[in-house]
Each structure stands twice: as structure tokens, then as C-alpha cells.
Design a protein around this ligand. Structure first.
Ligand code: GLC
Length: 716
């Protein structure tokens, strides 16, 4: 629709119809059983008439269902304004990819973009228009269950992924390309830093840390063209984000130049009341509209009070028009006025959804997401060695994670079946860990006694991570630790495979195993991917996107921490008065960027093209990477910098670039990176972003523990 016609439509709308556009209902409001006005309808101040004025629906799917609803809705809606269909397609629609924390471990943004394209293709064929993804909240606290949805603790990596997801979902032209979805960057802002790692809790971020570490990935998603942003449940500066005018108008809309649709998270406008910043829903509605929230998801403040509020206040009337304009623009950008059913098509749906080519990509992504944490040579498994599989997750289909939308566990292979399809049946057997623990059953004991290697599948259930799933104890469940201790007594090679949604405290696990494989919730093809890694068909290349602590007592823990005035450095180990613990190292058990391979890589000849750079002239830094092992391997070469002196404290190191390189055994390659003045800019005390002249340390290595062994000067 042309802009003038859209403006004319806005002017033709009554206040009730405008308010209707700002309301989002869940799909069940439109299913047959919700015709009578009970429960949710009352809570949402809904009537049959108002129901056909709402602007959007969340959680519906299926070509047949969306076409039928859109048809019925358009017949009822006076101005024929089409509904927007939105849903949580977080890491796959029917074909489920690894959880985003696992996607983060691939360090392969191009591959992540491909997963987003596939997700969009499957979801759009079912009639969806918007996905509530990517979640780009930076995370430093594995007690928080939603770290599984994040891509990690580093802003650069999160920026690369934010762009990859948005470009993958949205493509080049949402109006013409009906296989794409509008993306929604979330949760603005700082949701990943709740006090105590407890979901929905307050957030204590100073503005410099918010701007330096947390905002960049949202900004990248917005710069990539994301059509929506979702508000966060938490407070910022002790004001709930959803009612925080400065955060949403001054920072998000003005500074970050976001001009799309701002949607509340589920019930977040109504939650301004229990937050204690709004007397009632009427005050909450006024606060949220003033803050610029365009759509209210599943609470009743707007539907109950907005008509009265705007009729009493011209300023609010103008704000309502702005919000409705944003919503109509989004519908127009999606081409819904011309094609209200958009990509919904039962034939396309059958072809696109859960196709073999989609599953092949899911396999590749899962393989690249797996991180080898320990291996004393027991991996890859020898096919003719006697192998036992056990553990509570060995026969589990719970591999999809907590946000797996239409992922179907019945279509998910277990590790037992995937390994049985590859292993030599004469030397492969499965033991139920409960049987083993209960009776040390003689039959099984014979099997175990003659085994060479035991693979044990451990980790979390998907309910133990995700939303509203924070844990104070991030160890493996006690029964799993008991199993490991008992297996250790058998004096066999033990390979632990972890299927989980967060960095765990593995300090007690490491001495009990000969190999340790982090597989996250690996998705539809996860069991096949784990099997390909265990038997060496694929050489693991994953690198941790988030630090694994030695203990929950270290949290929040991140590689790019501040130095402090009393840094604990190697040479000072005997000194007392330093920033350190009495009972643990400061360092992570496994640091950000860490991941082993079945081969080894040697770094040499770190070379700078110059000892100084300026705003106009950057420098090249290169290193030789050699595969010193006997199998081909993919290495993620990481560049870290330290700004020695800043106006505010600067991280002890920060990732500034990375590249992946594949080397055959014995092969050496020179990897070169450009370093520019722009990469040295940071948020100053007055929140301006610029670089300072001075000394910068630099290092290139296989993970964030790299020594920054060279330096250069920035001259201004
Ligand atoms: C949930 C989540 C949000 C999700 C929304 C819709 O509470 O916080 O990430 O997109 O509600 O399901």
C-alpha cells in the first residue's frame, strides 16, 4: 500500500480501532473453545467485537490455521486490516538447530544465517510473519536459565550473530520474498544480568557497562534492519525497562535510531504494577505508551484503559497514532495489505518443513557446535574396541532444548540409536545406568568388566534451563556424579557427553573422565552429530562462547573483566592483598573461546606491519598457524587486544576479530587481520564513543587465555 493510502487508513480509524492494533492476543483467543467470554477474555478486557480489532496474534502456526483465521478476521474487521502472526522461532521451527548457546560455539555467523533462513522458510510457509528472535542479551551468569538462548559473553561475537540472524530471517525484501520473517531483537535491555542470576530479577548495570558490553549487539541487530524490538522484564536504573522512557525513547529510538515496532514482553506492561511503579493498569498503560511501547503482549492495560486515556489527553493521542503508524508500517513492509495470507501455503509447507536438506544443515551446525573440553587420547573411539553406552541421557530424545517451538521429540534420534547405527554391534552395548547403580548386575558387570571404554551421557533436562529456570547449583545432578564416581572405580576409559543448557561447574567431573564433550541441547540431529564426533567422522571445532567457571562462587565470570587496582597476576601468587579467592583460582575452568581438537595447532611468528596506527592508517597483524597433528582440523584464530590506559577502566583483554582456518596435517597458513582505530573506540565517562591515543597490547591465539605478547601505539 502506498504511504499516502496508509496515512489515510490511519486517519480513518476510530480510537477504539487504533487501540485494537496495539493489542496482541495468544492464538487460543481465536480457537473455538475460547468463544465464551471467560477467564482470559475477561482478564484481557476482551469482547467479541474488540477481538476482531486486535493487531496481532502470537503462537499460531500451520498454513491451514493461519489462512482460516486471517480470512475470518478480515471479514469481521471494519477496515480489512490484516492480523500479524508472531511466534517464538528461536533456533528452528520444525527442524531444530542447537540452542543459541550451542550456535554461539560454532563461531560461524554464515552458518547461523543459514539456520535463520531455514527457520524463516519453514515458519513463513505456515503463515507466520514475525519471529521473536534473535535474543541478543549478553550473558555472564550461568545460574540464569536463559543463557541457553543467548550466544554468549562477548559483544563482538554477539554482534556478528545478531546481524547473521536478522539478515537470515529478513532477507533483502520482506514484501517480495515470502519465505522470510520479520525479526525481533530482544530483550531490551540488559535482561541477561539479573541480580543473583535469578530470572526476572532487578539488574544493577552501571550505564558505562550497559553501553560498552550490553547495547552493541542490540545496536547491530537494529543496524541490520530488525523490524521489531521487545522490551525486557527487568529494571534498568531501577525503572522497569517496559516503562522506562529514557531507555526506550532517548536511547533506543533516538540514539540507536530504532524506528520499528516496540513490543512488550509477555505481560510486562501489566507487571509495572507489581514492580511497584504503577498504581494500577491505567497508570501502567500511560507509562508504557509514554515510553513508546507500541504493542502490549498479553496483559490488559492498553485494552482496558488506552481509549479513555487518549480521549482525555491530546499528547497521548499523538503517541497512540505514532504507535499505530509503526504497526501499520510493519504490516505494509510485509505486504500484508496486498497478500494477507503472505507465505501460508499447505503445499509449500509440506515441502519446506523438516526437509532432508534442512536436517543436513542441522547436522552440520550441531557438529560445529560441539566443544571438546578434555581428551587424553581416548577419542576418537576405535570401532573395534569394546564400547559401553550408559547414562540418563543415553536413551533420551530430550535434545531439542526449552524453546524448540514445533520441534518433535518423536522425530529426534537418541544417542543410543545413533551410536548403534555406526558402532560394531559385536562390541557395542547399552547399560541402563539405574540397573548398573542398583545392582551392579552381574550380567552388566561382565559386559563392563570386558569393556575398553564407557560413554556416559549426562546433563540437564530441558526444563532445567530456559525461561524461569535459574539454578543456584550449576553442577551435574548428584545421581550423575554418583554414576561417574562408580564408573571411575571400574578403571575403564570414561567419555562423558554433556547435553545441557548452560555452562556447568565441572570441577568434580574432570578428574573422573578421560574425555569430556560439551554438546549443549544439540537439536533434531544432535545424536547423529555427537556420534560423528565420537567416532572421528568429524573433528570437533567448537569454541566456548561463555566461560565455564570452576565454581558457582566465581559468578559473574567473564574473560574480559576489569583489571582492578590489585590484579592477581602470575608473578604475585604468594601475595595476600590482591583481588583473589582463598579457595579457588580467579580463572575459568574453561575460558571463553576454548575448545580442543583431535589435532593440535601451533601459533608462531606474530607479526605487526607497523608499531603505530592513526585514524587514517591501520595496521595488519598476522600469525602462522600450523596443524601439528595427524588429522585435518578447523581452528578459530582469535585476536585479543588490551587498551592499557583509558578514561574509564578497560577490560584486561577483549576479542576484536576472529577467522576460521582449516589445515591439513602438517599444513601451515598465515592468517592476517586488519586493525583499525575504529576497533579501539569505547564508551567514555560522558557516554561518548571514541578512541584515546596510547599503547595497546595484542595477541592472537586459540582462546581467550592467550598472552598479549605484542604492542602498538595509537597516535592522534
Ligand atoms: C516470553 C519470553 C519472550 C518470548 C515471549 C513470547 O515470556 O520472555 O522471550 O518471546 O514471552 O512467548
Amino acid at each position: 500500500m502506498k504511504i499516502d493510502a496508509l496515512k489515510a487508513l490511519l486517519n480513518e480509524m476510530t480510537t477504539e480501532e487504533k487501540v485494537g492494533q496495539t493489542i496482541q492476543l495468544s492464538a487460543d483467543f481465536f480457537s473455538d473453545q475460547s468463544e465464551d467470554i471467560t477467564g482470559p477474555m475477561n482478564e484481557m478486557a476482551m469482547t467479541e467485537e474488540k477481538k476482531y480489532q486486535v493487531g496481532s496474534v502470537l503462537g499460531i502456526s500451520g498454513a491451514k490455521e493461519t489462512i482460516a483465521l486471517q480470512k475470518r478476521y478480515m471479514e469481521e474487521n471494519r477496515l480489512n486490516i490484516p492480523l500479524l502472526f508472531m511466534a517464538d522461532i528461536i533456533h528452528g521451527d520444525h527442524t531444530i538447530f542447537p540452542i543459541p548457546l550451542g550456535l554461539g560455539a560454532t563461531w560461524n555467523p554464515d552458518l547461523i544465517k543459514q539456520t535463520a533462513q531455514i527457520s524463516a522458510k519453514e515458519a513463513s510457509a505456515q503463515g507466520l510473519h514475525v519471529t521473536f528472535s534473535p535474543m541478543v542479551d549478553l550473558v555472564r551468569d550461568p545460574r540464569w536459565g536463559r543463557v541457553m538462548e543467548a550466544t554468549g559473553e562477548d559483544k563482538l561475537l554477539n554482534k556478528r550473530y545478531a546481524r547473521a540472524f536478522v539478515e537470515g530471517y529478513q532477507g533483502e525484501d520482506l514484501k517480495e520474498d515470502l519465505t522470510k520473517l520479520a525479526a525481533c531483537v530482544k530483550h531490551f535491555a540488559g535482561y541477561g544480568a539479573p541480580r543473583g542470576g535469578r530470572d526476572y530479577n532487578s539488574v544493577d548495570l552501571n550505564e558505562n557497562t550497559l553501553r560498552e558490553h550490553y547495547l552493541p549487539a542490540y545496536q547491530e541487530g537494529i543496524d541490520a534492519g530488525a523490524k521489531l524490538v521487545m522490551t525486557a522484564f527487568n529494571t534498568i536504573d531501577n525503572i522497569p525497562a517496559t516503562g522506562n522512557k529514557r531507555l526506550m525513547r532517548d536511547i533506543l529510538r533516538e540514539e540507536m535510531a530504532f524506528d520499528g515496532v516496540l513490543i512488550s514482553d509477555w505481560g510486562a506492561i501489566g507487571e509495572l504494577v507489581p514492580h511497584g511503579v504503577a498504581e494500577d493498569n491505567k497508570a501502567a498503560a500511560k507509562q508504557a505508551l509514554t515510553a513508546g511501547v507500541d504493542i502490549e503482549m498479553m496483559s490488559a492495560a492498553y485494552s482496558e484503559h488506552l481509549v479513555d486515556l487518549v480521549n482525555q489527553d491530546e499528547t497521548l493521542k499523538t503517541l497512540l497514532d505514532e504507535s499505530v503508524w509503526n504497526i501499520l508500517k510493519l504490516k505494509n513492509d510485509l505486504g500484508l495489505f496486498e497478500q494477507p495470507y503472505r507465505g501460508a501455503n499447505e503445499t509449500t509447507e509440506k515441502e519446506a518443513v523438516f526437509s532432508n536438506e534442512n536436517k543436513q544443515v542441522a547436522l552440520t551446525v550441531a557438529e560445529q557446535s560441539i566443544v571438546l573440553l578434555e581428551n587424553n587420547g581416548v577419542l576418537p573411539l576405535k570401532k573395534d574396541s569394546k564400547l559401553i553406552l550408559t547414562g540418563p541421557l543415553s536413551q533420551s530424545t530430550d535434545l531439542l532444548g526449552a524453546w524448540s517451538w514445533k520441534g518433535n521429540r518423536e522425530q529426534t534420534t537418541t544417542l543410543e540409536d545413533a551410536m548403534a547405527a555406526v558402532a560394531n554391534p559385536d562390541v557395542f552395548s547399552v547399560i541402563d545406568d539405574r540397573t548398573f547403580l542398583e545392582g551392579q548386575n552381574s550380567f552388566f558387570m561382565d559386559d563392563l568388566r570386558t569393556a575398553d571404554t564407557v560413554v556416559v551421557a549426562l546433563g540437564e533436562s530441558s526444563e532445567m534451563s530456559g525461561e524461569a529456570a535459574s539454578r543456584t547449583n550449576i553442577k551435574l545432578p548428584e545421581n550423575q556424579l554418583v554414576l561417574l564416581r562408580e564408573l571411575k572405580k571400574l578403571n575403564k576409559k570414561v567419555v562423558a557427553v554433556l547435553i545441557n543448557g548452560r555452562p556447568l561447574d565441572l570441577s568434580e567431573v574432570v578428574p573422573l573422565v578421560d574425555a569430556l564433550v560439551e554438546a549443549w541441547f544439540p537439536g533434531t540431529m544432535g545424536a547423529e552429530a555427537i556420534t560423528n564426533i565420537l567416532f572421528g567422522k568429524v573433528n570437533p571445532s567448537g569454541k566456548l562462547p561463555m566461560s565455564f567457571p570452576r565454581s558457582v562462587g566465581q559468578i559473574p565470570l567473564t574473560y574480559n573483566e576489569d583489571s582492578t587496582g590489585r590484579p592477581m597476576t602470575e608473578g604475585k601468587r604468594s601475595e595476600k592483598y590482591l583481588s583473589r579467592y582463598l579457595d579457588a583460582e580467579n580463572t575459568a575452568l574453561y575460558p571463553f573461546g576454548f575448545g580442543r581438537s583431535y589435532t593440535t595447532f601451533e601459533y608462531a611468528n606474530l607479526t605487526l606491519s607497523s608499531q603505530k596506527i592513526s585514524e587514517d592508517d591501520g595496521l595488519q597483524v598476522s600469525v602462522d598457524v600450523k596443524n601439528t597433528g595427524d588429522v585435518k582440523g578447523l581452528e578459530t584464530v582469535q585476536v585479543y587486544l588490551r587498551d592499557k590506559v583509558g578514561e574509564v577502566v578497560r577490560p584486561v583483554k577483549e576479542l576484536v576479530d576472529f577467522k576460521q582456518v582449516e589445515c591439513a596435517p602438517g599444513e601451515s597458513k598465515t592468517i592476517t587481520f586488519e586493525i583499525t582505530e575504529e576497533q579501539l573506540r569505547y564508551s567514555h565517562a560522558d557516554h561518548s564513543v571514541s578512541s584515546d591515543a596510547g599503547t595497546f597490547l595484542i595477541g592472537i591465539g586459540t582462546d581467550s587465555s592467550v598472552t598479549l605478547s605484542a604492542s602498538f601505539e595509537l597516535e592522534k
